[in-house]
Design a protein around this ligand. Structure first.
Ligand code: XMP
Length: 331
């Protein structure tokens, strides 16, 4: 029960007092936390903030343009967009092991970001002195101990810890005391669009873990189009009982590309094309999750549209596995 306007003015004052006239760099991912951190810091210090947005080629349909539109077009923030798709895809060529893929994507991400940050830092006395991160309270707790108690790593997440030290930058984390729902409220109050702030989570490795096995650009392009249809229809379908869309009734929903071919028939012809799986779950903590009982009418609409509109995919399946034992992502 804090008043958002007062909170923003206080946070803005705090950031100004902390950084003075120095320059700040922030890695923008398109996710909620880094976006809200960027909007808040931009409100405080304007052009003293430079955002670096690494496009690894594994983002969703038009996602990169949407991020640029929002931050440059609407907020007038300084954003450097690094198109590193070829570099990432190059390193991923021939690699099909999920953990190996995750490590490559994480490592390249750090490499690309460090190179950009070094350029910004290198501009003499006027160079950047701060690295801003969208760390939120649950991240602070997690890195404080819970993580180290875990005996087995199921999936290695991006680890950007240690980046400020490596870069010789001071760390600015204005969301450190906030929970996720507070971060979202703050984002809306700062003028970020509701649909962006209330988006489902998207993993750091992006479509890299939603294309099973080896990642190829053609697969990513097919997946992007299929997934955009699924998400669009989830937003269109309103549950009459709650008045909410199925997008808002699910915690996470996405499409997975299966690099296997199956036989189909279209018109008078035979097709031999790829398969996708739809995944939608409901969960409160992402540690356990139930598969969502989406309405058949929704599934029917989505599969019809994907098969008709995305040439190269001729079969759509629905994943009815809960976590555990399945995980939410397929890799
Ligand atoms: P799993 O698949 O382990 O996923 O059930 C649980 C939640 O974590 C997300 N996830 C990730 N998020 N970097 C992230 O930032 C990652 O490497 C990563 N892997 C999984 C997943 O989307 C789900 O919300």
């Amino acid at each position: 029960d804090w008043i958002m306007g007062d909170y923003i003015s206080e946070a803005v004052e705090k950031i100004r007092a902390q950084v003075g006239s120095e320059e700040v760099i922030l890695g923008l991912s398109g996710g909620v936390d880094s976006s809200v951190a960027a909007a808040l810091i931009h409100r405080a210090i304007g052009d003293q903030l430079t955002c670096v947005f690494v496009d690894h080629g594994l983002l969703r349909l038009n996602e990169g343009d949407m991020v640029m539109d929002m931050f440059v077009g609407k907020l007038h923030a300084k954003v450097i967009r690094v198109d590193a798709a070829d570099q990432f895809l190059g390193h991923l060529a021939g690699v099909s092991d999920p953990e190996a893929k995750r490590k490559i994507i994480g490592r390249e991400f750090v490499e690309v970001f460090k190179a950009e940050a070094a350029k910004l830092k290198g501009e003499g006395a006027k160079g950047a002195k701060w690295l801003a991160q969208g760390t939120i309270y649950p991240d602070v707790i997690e890195s404080g101990g819970a993580k180290s108690k875990k005996a087995v790593t199921i999936k290695s997440h991006h680890n950007v810890g240690g980046l400020p030290e490596q870069l010789g930058l001071k760390l600015l984390e204005p969301l450190r005391e906030l929970f996720k729902d507070e971060v979202r409220e703050l984002g809306v109050a700062l003028g970020l669009p509701y649909h962006m702030v209330y988006r489902h989570p998207f993993p750091g490795p992006g479509l890299g873990v939603r294309i099973l096995g080896e990642v190829k650009k053609v697969y990513a392009d097919l997946l992007r189009r299929a997934d955009a249809i699924f998400i669009e229809e989830l937003r269109n379908f309103i549950d009459p009982e709650t008045g909410k869309s199925w997008y808002d009734l699910t915690s996470q929903a996405f499409t997975v590309f299966l690099p296997v071919k199956s036989v189909g028939v279209m018109g008078d012809g035979r097709t031999y094309d790829y398969v996708v799986a739809l995944r939608a779950v409901q969960t409160s903590d992402f540690m356990t999750a139930d598969w969502a009982e989406l309405p058949y009418a929704l599934l029917k609409k989505v599969s019809g549209r994907i098969i008709n509109e995305v040439r190269g995919i001729n079969r759509v399946t629905y994943d009815v596995s809960s976590k555990p034992p399945a995980t939410i992502e397929w890799e």
